[in-house]
Ligand binder design. Structure first.
Ligand SMILES: *[C@@H]1O[C@H](CO)[C@@H](O)[C@H](O)[C@H]1NC(C)=O
Ligand SMILES: *[C@@H]1O[C@H](CO)[C@@H](O)[C@H](O)[C@H]1NC(C)=O
Ligand SMILES: *[C@@H]1O[C@H](CO)[C@@H](O)[C@H](O)[C@H]1NC(C)=O
Ligand SMILES: *[C@@H]1O[C@H](CO)[C@@H](O)[C@H](O)[C@H]1NC(C)=O
Ligand SMILES: *[C@@H]1O[C@H](CO)[C@@H](O)[C@H](O)[C@H]1NC(C)=O
Ligand SMILES: *[C@@H]1O[C@H](CO)[C@@H](O)[C@H](O)[C@H]1NC(C)=O
Length: 721
């Protein structure tokens, strides 16, 4: 590379990367070096049985094959050993066809599912075969080039590492109980947040499953791998990288070693300061959540469970008041309600007035369940018991519901919020979902552990007006707790404020304000502020959002050689200057706003499109055997020639983000909504009942029920433009 061009890269990067310019220079130099050294073709014949990551020259094999080009089948003994290392003792389960593939490998044209592993056709790669080399230079990874995929206008731009299968798709998901990561992975593509060019990303997602403490080593190995294979980790020091850790103890359970110190853990467990052993009468609860980096995500509750708990009949639904059955319509259940495990060993807590009431099981829920039972189990109007045959009715008819911790994170507070029961949360030093971006004391009641004995006084002091205000705030908060894009809607919500969208909104705001501490982020970022209030945008107009990645250097046009992304995601030639672009976008936005009925008209046409294509969907997820046959049949034995390797364009740089905070343009929101699983909507075609769109609503299509009926993940309705 000529020296003057290198200097251009360096100064360009120095202007945009956060942190001292010297660090940026080093980061850019590393990035350039790494991209030069990593280009290597895959071993010849790789794609006969395997998948060739053309960006890295890495040949990935299915679980039961080995060798540089996957030609060698594993003996049953060797497979058993591999499975054991993957954490599955049962070989049949480990390599079972019942293991599903991410996004159904975008089959059949792009790939076929081999027991969880995506066998991609030549030219396609990635854990779900979504990637290929393309772009302006033909050498940059692109997402679903043949399906008209465009990144969404509102950020964040999320890069998903394509890790070796032993860290990802070889791991059996047959017994997996928490699918949040898979849903999120698919939703990143469905929602248009995914980008394939790491140089343009705001965030980097490390897609390893973190469910139990034995998964922690996988993350450690993943970071070792990606740190050598890509420049982004070193360039950011692990910042702007995130994982989703769904284990009970969050980061504490999923982290080994200091390498992930700057990685954002998106977890359910928000314990930010340790609890002392003597107070618990058990081993201490060590702090897990780090305020400056980590994010508390609500627990994903599947549609099956939502139905079981009665939550699909949520009080938040606008039709609840008129359509709910009489036995749940009034709030005439307990004043305060909790039904669930109280003693860790599930024994019945003692009611003889002697503390502790669960002597054999100290420490569970940091003793809060035990203490609440001890002080209030026989108080009139209070229901605190290990079980309740009328669980779903009480969840909907109680006034206050105790959202207790468990052996770490719990989900009762989320059930309560979703059902419309004002949640009572008790856990000193524990951040609840989306705190500090939401305040649970606003729509719920936060009680200090020391105040448990006077809980009844605290709740008694909440008058009807304050209670009504909490209930009103709860409807918006509940939308942030729901995973409506996957499960379908049940509160009359559009889904655009759902938990996955909220995660994206928080990540986008943090990318815009890298140095703002979380507790001040809403103040600093009007877009996030509006979003958390379930408002459309900072201007209140409903049609426009501040767009973050379009405009650069007004008056001078885009910097040399750099692609500028339009809100629609199409690359724009360098001849078109940024101000021109903004004018175009604003015109579009204005045009949309001008027609007051534009939104409803579009909604209508969406529903028609959805209803019209019902028949096409359904093939993707479980990849019928026919798909694989046709793939193999079509491919024959020839392997494709190695393509030219990716070399960095002059001005590519590891940060798309620092630039973002300077940018300002207007993008268009296309109002969209997810179909409804609410029993109150089954007779109302205008509400898009999910059952009319897709039969198997319990196993949603890739990308969730928001994608019901569309046929390809790239065609899912976008909730935010
Ligand atoms: C490998 O496993 C897949 C999926 O179970 C199976 O279809 C295939 O026949 C196996 N191949 C070998 C060589 O055992
Ligand atoms: C990142 O840093 C580590 C440790 O210094 C080094 O071993 C690795 O090669 C670096 N990665 C890249 C892509 O330069
Ligand atoms: C984490 O960030 C700090 C401060 O920027 C840096 O000194 C440290 O090296 C980073 N850690 C890793 C593992 O890169
Ligand atoms: C983290 O945030 C919580 C809630 O805002 C606060 O109570 C706690 O003191 C913070 N912890 C640290 C270590 O800053
Ligand atoms: C459930 O509710 C019904 C109706 O109020 C009541 O008759 C019954 O006793 C309750 N069952 C239990 C186990 O509490
Ligand atoms: C974006 O631009 C508009 C119009 O030029 C301006 O009114 C607004 O204040 C700008 N917003 C930000 C966040 O810079």
């Amino acid at each position: 590379m000529p020296r003057d061009r290198l200097r251009l890269v360096v100064s360009h990067g120095a202007r945009r990367l956060p942190g001292p310019p010297v660090l940026s220079v080093i980061a850019i130099a590393l990035a350039v070096l790494a991209q030069h050294t990593r280009a290597k073709p895959c071993a010849a014949g790789c794609t006969v049985y395997g998948t060739c990551n053309e960006e890295l020259g890495r040949c990935d094999c299915p679980r039961n094959r080995t060798g540089p080009a996957c030609h060698q089948p594993l003996s049953r003994k060797a497979l058993a050993e591999r499975c054991r290392l993957l954490g599955t003792q049962d070989v049949n389960k480990c390599n079972s066809e019942a293991n599903t593939c991410i996004n159904g490998c975008h089959g059949p044209t792009r790939g076929a599912c081999v027991a969880g592993f995506c066998h991609c056709r030549p030219g396609y790669f990635g854990n779900d075969c979504a990637l290929s080399l393309g772009g302006a230079d033909g050498k940059t990874p692109v997402v679903l080039s043949d399906r008209g995929y465009t990144p969404r206008a509102v950020g964040p731009r999320v890069y998903i590492y394509d890790l070796p299968p032993e860290l990802t798709t070889w791991r059996s998901d047959i017994n997996l109980d928490r699918w949040t990561i898979r849903h999120f992975l698919e939703m990143l593509t469905a929602s248009g947040a995914r980008v394939a060019d790491g140089a343009k990303a705001d965030w980097y997602f490390i897609p390893v499953r973190l469910r139990s403490s034995s998964d922690a080593y996988v993350l450690q190995r993943a970071i070792h791998h990606l740190r050598h294979a890509h420049p982004w980790f070193n360039a950011t020091g692990g910042g702007r990288h995130f994982v989703i850790a769904v284990g009970d103890m969050g980061r504490l359970e999923s982290e080994r070693g200091p390498l992930s110190a700057n990685v954002t853990f998106v977890s359910h467990w928000g314990l930010a300061s340790s609890k002392k052993a003597e107070r618990l009468n058990s081993s201490p609860w060590r702090a897990s959540h780090r305020n400056a980096t980590d994010i508390v995500l609500p627990v994903y509750i599947s549609l099956r469970k939502l139905e079981k708990y009665g939550i699909t009949r949520s009080r938040h639904h606008p039709k609840f008041a008129t359509m709910a059955p009489p036995e749940i319509r009034e709030r005439n259940g307990p004043l305060f309600w909790f039904a669930g495990r109280i003693c860790q060993d599930r024994s019945k807590p003692a009611t003889d007035g002697v503390w502790p009431n669960c002597p054999g099981a100290m420490g569970y829920s940091a003793m809060t369940r035990q203490a609440v039972h001890f002080h209030h189990w026989d108080r009139p109007g209070y229901f605190v018991a290990p079980g309740d045959k009328n669980y779903s009715r009480h969840l909907l008819t109680s006034k206050f519901c105790f959202g207790a911790m468990g052996g770490g994170h719990g989900q009762r507070q989320l059930q309560a919020a979703l059902a419309g029961c004002v949640p009572v949360v008790i856990g000193d030093g524990v951040l609840e979902a989306w705190e500090p971006y939401l305040d649970w004391n606003d729509f719920g009641v936060r009680v200090a552990e020391a105040d448990i004995p006077r809980l009844h006084t605290i709740l008694g002091a909440i008058g009807p007006e304050e209670y009504a205000r909490k209930v009103r705030s709860l409807r918006c908060a509940a939308q942030h707790m729901a995973f409506s894009s996957v499960t379908g809607a049940y509160m009359g919500e559009s889904g655009r404020f759902d938990a996955f969208e909220t995660l994206l909104a928080v990540l986008a705001a943090r990318a815009r304000h890298p140095d703002t501490p979380p507790e001040r982020l809403r103040q600093a970022d009007p877009v996030l502020d509006a979003f958390m209030d379930c408002r459309e945008g900072p201007d209140g107009g409903g049609a426009a959002l501040v767009r973050e990645d379009v405009k650069v250097d007004v008056g001078r046009g885009p910097p040399l050689g750099r692609e500028v992304r339009r809100p629609e995601g199409k690359a724009v030639t360098a001849g078109q200057t940024a101000p021109q672009l903004i004018v175009q976008h604003q015109r579009k936005a204005l045009a949309l706003r001008a027609g007051a009925t534009a939104a409803s008209a579009e909604r209508h046409s969406v529903s028609e499109a959805l209803l019209g294509s019902v028949g096409q969907q359904g093939a993707a997820r479980h990849g019928p055997a026919g798909e694989r046959r046709s793939l193999l049949g079509a491919k024959g034995n020839h392997d494709h020639k190695p393509r030219q390797r990716h070399r960095p364009a002059v001005a590519q740089k590891p940060s798309g983000m620092a630039a973002a905070s300077m940018h300002n343009a207007t993008a268009i929101i296309r109002p969209r909504r997810v179909c409804s699983v609410s029993p109150f909507d089954t007779e109302d075609p205008a509400a898009f009942p999910c059952r009319s769109l897709v039969k198997g609503i319990y196993s949603p299509p890739p990308g969730g029920l928001i994608c019901a009926g569309v046929g390809s993940v790239s065609q899912c309705p976008r909730l935010w433009s």
